[in-house]
Every structure is written in C-alpha cells, then in structure tokens.
Write a protein that binds this ligand. Structure first.
Ligand code: SF4
Length: 371
C-alpha cells in the first residue's frame, strides 16, 4: 500500500514539474514575442515617441553606430545636418556641420528625401519650413532652446501689436510661430549686415536675445526695441574668471559669441557667430584662444588647427554650463533609432509654415555673400 502511495506521489510531482516548466517556458516565449512586437509595431513606436519625445528602442551595444548610421543614411537617401554644439561623435558622422545659417542653407539645397537634424527643435522646424516636402526628423523632441522658450508666440504677438510701426527682426533661435510674426529673420552671422540694410528712420523690434540686441545697438549705433530673452549657456560666462584666465594665458585671444553679456564681450578680441569664431581661430596667427561659446565648437577648431591651444571660457559656477543641455539631449543611440525608425518627425500647420517662410527667404536673399 505504502509503495503505491509513493508511486502516485512521484508521478504527480513529475506531472506537476513538467506542467510548471511548460507554463514558465510559455510565459518566457510570450514575453519575447511581446517584446519583439513592441519594438517593431509602428503604432507602439509612434505612441511611445508621443509620450517621451524619442524612440526608446534598446540598441545592441555591439553595433558600430558610426557605420550603421552611415549605411542607414545611404539606404534611406537621408542627409544628416549637425550643429557645432552637438557632441563630437555626432559631428563626425554628419554630412554637414555648421551653425544656423549654414545648416538652413544646406537644408534648402539638399535633394535628400529625409533631413535628419542633429540640433534643437527650432532648427529642425526651420528645415521643415524650407523643405515642406521632405521628412524632417530630430533625434529627441525634448531638445528645445531656453532662448526660444523665453519668447512665447502669443506674448510676442501682443508686444508687436503694441508697436505696429516697427519692423520685426527675429534671431533664428525662435519658434516657427514667432518667425511667422516677424518681417525678417537673422542669424548671428548676418544680423549686423541686415540691420545696416534697414533705413535708420525705420523703428525696429529685435527678438528674442537681449544680449545680441544690445550688441547690435552698439555696433550699428541705433536704438532698438529689444525683447528680454536670454540663452542659459551664453549668459553664464563669468567676467571675473575670464580675467583670471587671461592672467594665466596672457597671449590668448578671447573669441566670444554676441549672445554673451556685455561684461564678457568688452574683453573680446573677436565677436562673431560660431562659424565666425572657428574661421577667425583657423586664420589668425595667434596660437592660443579662450572661447566664449558652447564648447562643442572646440571639436572642429582642434581638428582645423591641431597645434593651437583652445581654452573654454569658464562659467560662473563650477558646473558644466558651457555645454547646452538641450543640444546634449541628442546622443548617437537616439540618432541611430531616429534614422532607423524615421521618428520623431517634425510637423507644423501649413499656414504657420508659409508665414514663417517669408522672413527666412528675405534673410537668405539679403544675406547673399555674407559668410
Ligand atoms: S546654446 Fe543657448 S541658444 Fe543655443 S540651443 Fe542652447 S539654449 Fe538655445
């Protein structure tokens, strides 16, 4: 009798073990299938991008992302534009590297089907404004701009409406809706040139960067009505620390972006756009330079002139504030996912796009020959 009971217990346990293992294996398989489905279902990808702003598809760490991105670009007839403030690895895989004006011209001239914009949101929007028939994608929709954010379109509209006799010049670092309310767009490369082309009798609103606006007032000797916006990167450079750096490196020339505050600009040997700063350092006979703009530009400057010494200007606190937190949201992994899945895509209302196009076209027309 006892032998029979033992036999029944052993058989029951055996069946239980088999059944348990079967259920476990089925669950694991189901999970794998679900995970595979989640990574390939376009609807799931789109909804995840809507929620978090980028494609969060795990990237195999063994992939050579540089080669993968190059091959995806070829396969999809995509062009990759990278701003100077992107991390070096992204700059190295880009087809064009530049600042706002150079990249917006590249965007307009390209015959690619897809424009991948490794930069911030307003830059990708500008590419879309210029190339409505192309798909424009950005690695991370959260890559905004503190300067553009200081100028909400509705408040700007009211401000302009209070000064109806003023011509509205806006720096390209603003939203499509702000561009749509502007008469002319400018960049830091051509702002002074364009301002000088406007008759002195014409009152002008300048937005959104107050430091660039004040610098334009000083260089063109005209009074402007300036919107009170500021870039969190350029406003943090410290005059005090800049001067102690100058004591340490007395022969170093200071090259500064006009988005910096006047307290920094007054010590500069050269003031200009990011492209202008790069060109100056390449062509100047000096061998050491203190650079007061986002430090991503140092990558190209060191490649241009490996024998020269480039020192990033220090921010007031000991933080990493000379790196733009918005620009640095883009990573090689997000870029790879972005090209691979062609997401996130930039979309905009056609009426805004058409109105925003006019002042950009005016800028391109009036700045021919400015480099
Ligand atoms: S560096 Fe300043 S202006 Fe440029 S994207 Fe970043 S926050 Fe905007």
């Amino acid at each position: 009798m006892i032998t029979h009971i033992k036999f029944i217990i052993i058989v029951t346990n055996f069946i239980y073990e088999i059944g348990h293992k079967f259920i476990q294996s089925s669950l694991i398989l189901l999970n794998i299938l679900l995970t595979m489905n989640m990574s390939i279902t376009p609807e799931l990808l789109v909804s995840s991008v809507e929620q978090i702003g980028f494609v969060n598809d795990p990237v195999d760490p063994r992939l050579d992302l540089y080669e993968e991105i190059k091959s995806l670009k070829r396969e999809k007839n995509a062009i990759l534009l990278a701003h100077y403030y992107q991390e070096p690895a992204i700059q190295d895989v880009a087809d064009f590297i530049g600042d706002s004006l150079g990249l917006s011209r590249q965007a307009a001239a390209t015959s690619a089907d897809i424009i991948v914009f490794a930069g911030v949101h307003f830059m990708a929007e500008t590419a879309k404004i210029l190339s409505p028939d192309k798909k424009v994608i950005l690695p991370d929709l959260n890559a905004g701009c503190s300067l553009a954010d200081t100028c909400p379109a509705d408040e700007f509209q009211e401000f302009c409406d209070r000064h109806p006799d003023h011509l509205v010049m806006s720096y390209i670092n603003c939203s499509a809706a702000v561009k749509a309310r502007s008469d002319i767009i400018c960049t830091s490369t051509n702002a002074e040139h364009l301002m000088r082309m406007i008759p002195e009798s014409q009152p002008v609103i300048f937005a959104p960067d107050r430091n660039l606006g004040r610098w334009l007032e000083r260089t063109t000797k005209r009074k402007l009505k300036i919107w009170d916006g500021v870039c969190i990167v350029h406003e943090t450079f410290s005059e005090r620390k800049l001067l102690s750096l100058k004591v340490e490196y007395p022969s170093a020339k200071i090259l500064a972006h006009p988005e910096c505050e006047e307290s920094v600009l007054r010590h500069a040997d050269y003031i200009g756009s990011t492209s202008g700063i790069r060109k100056f350092a390449r062509e100047d006979e000096g061998t050491s330079f203190i650079i007061a703009t986002e430090e991503g530009i140092l990558h190209q400057m060191r490649k241009d002139s490996p024998d020269k010494h480039f020192i990033p200007a220090p921010p007031e606190s000991g933080c990493n504030c000379s790196q733009c937190p918005h620009m640095r949201l883009n990573t090689l992994e997000k870029l790879y996912n972005c090209i691979n899945h062609e997401l996130p895509e930039i979309a905009m209302e056609e009426s805004i796009r058409r109105r925003a196009l006019k002042p950009i076209e005016r800028m391109i027309e009036m700045s021919e020959g400015v480099s």
